[in-house]
Design a protein around this ligand. Structure first.
Ligand SMILES: Nc1nc2c(c(=O)[nH]1)N(C=O)[C@@H](CNc1ccc(C(=O)N[C@@H](CCC(=O)O)C(=O)O)cc1)CN2
Ligand SMILES: Nc1nc2c(ncn2[C@@H]2O[C@H](COP(=O)(O)OP(=O)(O)OP(=O)(O)O)[C@@H](O)[C@H]2O)c(=O)[nH]1
Ligand SMILES: [K+]
Length: 435
């Protein structure tokens, strides 16, 4: 009749907080049908929106109407989670949401934990771990390039690459086991050579996937570009111009900016954190010196350095790959090989914006095949590749098999084929509630 003891249906808002017209309350788990019958009398036709009164019927003074809402009923297995599921498209007022939540708890449901809907979809075999992470990334995607990468991943492009590796490794392991089981059967030596060759090729592909300069991870996270240079060259002015707001203080007094100032912009469809830093110079001022120390930190760690100057020649000690920007061309020309701008006269800014966008694209553009997008994947593939390297170095076939099995397990944890609770807790714990 009501929810199975110990396995109550879960519910959560699928829509965000803040003022909105509609709020979607999602429910999943055995017992959803009873909850819907209790709330709106009868079950709506499967997968069809119907307008229903939602009633609370346990009030001693009689039934209380909570809202008139669109109700959707998704009988298992045709739902996102694969379980019996439902959606209540409510008026989004906080009091409506609170009243419906209370009614759901009274009917035996409990609030969902972060990522629990997707975790149930995973448990039901509807998606693997890498696809689930793609969904989380799609929800977080702020730019076109991030959206494309996340959608590909949630659609299984990356999983197919990893599953393909796992399938090849499984076959090689079977061959390896045949070598162990029939050592005296005069198997031709080519068999072992072919096995080692295939194993080496697999390892090589994994290494190429790892050595992609972190493009996918950078796109997922966003880039940081640091604006650095001597005091008073116009770094804060540039930050403000690119951010299109007065985020940093501009003044003719050298040494205005001390703490690093960060703004988020989108360049080349990639989110970029621009950092305005303290002008680089020797100083007795303790606070300014700390600012210079932080500026040097950003020079070292930024994905790209925008080296700004306002004299005849660029500074001598710019890091490799820095974009050289000569500001104040209203006062004098830019030397060759540098981008000349005048922030005051709005000159050269389109060229600079295009160069920055190009740089952002170049740092994140996928090479061949779907890119690596997470540290978790990197660690698992590094582990797999290192077991393969050990296997390749191994002269005794028995020992080689064990390394190959460890490689299989590491790869299995990546897509969730080998279930490890801690891995699942971390992956789904990073989701938002209602997903
Ligand atoms: N209102 C609403 N919009 C939404 C979702 C949702 O759950 N509710 N989604 C949630 O993430 C996304 C769409 N993803 C979904 C994925 C699968 C199924 C589903 O019911 N799949 C069934 C039936 C497929 C069919 O035949 O139409 C299945 O795969 O068996 C629903 C939504 C985005 N928009
Ligand atoms: N002539 C001219 N002056 C500019 C231009 N851009 C900025 N300035 C001026 O240069 C001075 C310094 O600008 P800021 O943006 O504060 O320079 P900064 O590099 O951030 O300075 P610090 O905080 O000291 O490191 C201000 O007086 C600006 O108005 C420009 O294109 N042409
Ligand atoms: K200044």
């Amino acid at each position: 009749m009501t929810a199975l003891a110990g396995h109550p249906p879960i519910f959560a808002l699928a829509t965000g907080a803040g003022r909105a017209a509609i709020a979607v309350m999602r429910l999943s788990g055995a017992g959803c049908d009873d909850i819907l019958r209790a709330l709106c009398g009868t079950l709506p036709a499967p997968r069809q929106a119907s307008l229903r009164g939602l009633w609370r019927r346990d009030d001693p003074s009689g039934p209380v109407l909570l809202d008139r809402a669109l109700v959707l009923w998704f009988p298992a297995p045709r739902s996102y989670t694969g379980e019996d599921s439902a959606e209540l498209h409510l008026h989004a007022g906080p009091a409506v949401i609170a009243a419906v939540s209370d009614a759901l708890v009274a009917l035996g449901a409990r609030p969902a934990e972060p990522g629990e809907f997707t975790r149930r979809a995973f448990a039901g075999g509807r998606l693997d771990l890498v696809e689930a992470e793609g969904i989380a990334d799609l929800i977080a995607a702020e730019t076109e390039a991030q959206r494309r990468q996340a959608l590909d991943q949630s659609d299984g492009r990356l999983s197919r690459l990893y599953d393909g590796w796992a399938a090849r490794l499984r076959v090689l392991l079977a061959h390896q086991e045949a070598l162990i089981d029939f050592p005296d059967e005069d198997l031709p030596p080519e068999i072992e050579q072919a096995l080692l060759g295939d194993l080496a090729a697999l390892r090589c592909e994994m290494q190429a996937h790892l050595d992609d300069g972190g493009r996918g991870e950078k796109l997922r996270r966003g880039l940081t570009f640091a604006i650095v240079g001597a005091p008073n060259v116009g770094k804060s002015s540039l930050l403000n111009a690119l951010a299109e707001r007065e985020a940093a203080i501009v003044s003719s007094i050298a040494g205005t900016t001390r703490d690093a100032i960060e703004v988020r912009v989108v360049l080349g469809e990639v989110p970029v954190t621009l950092i305005d830093t303290a002008g680089l110079r020797d100083t007795q001022d303790e606070i300014e010196a700390e600012g210079v120390r932080r500026a040097l930190f950003h020079v070292k760690h930024a994905d790209c350095v925008i080296a700004m100057f306002d004299g005849d020649a660029p500074p001598a000690d710019v890091p490799q790959g820095a974009i050289l920007v000569r500001n104040k061309i209203d006062l004098g020309p830019a030397p060759g090989g540098t981008i000349g701008i005048s922030i005051h006269q709005d000159r050269g800014m389109d060229v600079l914006r295009a160069a920055l966008a190009e740089q952002a694209r170049a740092l994140t553009a996928a090479s061949a095949g779907p890119p690596l997008t997470r540290a978790r994947h990197r660690a698992a593939i590094e582990e797999t590749a290192s077991h393969l390297a050990t296997a390749l170095d191994m002269d005794w076939p028995e020992m080689r098999g064990e390394d190959m099995r460890q490689a299989m397990r590491a790869l299995g944890r990546l897509t969730g084929a080998v279930g490890v609770e801690e891995v699942l807790d971390t992956v789904f714990g990073q989701f938002c509630i209602g997903k």
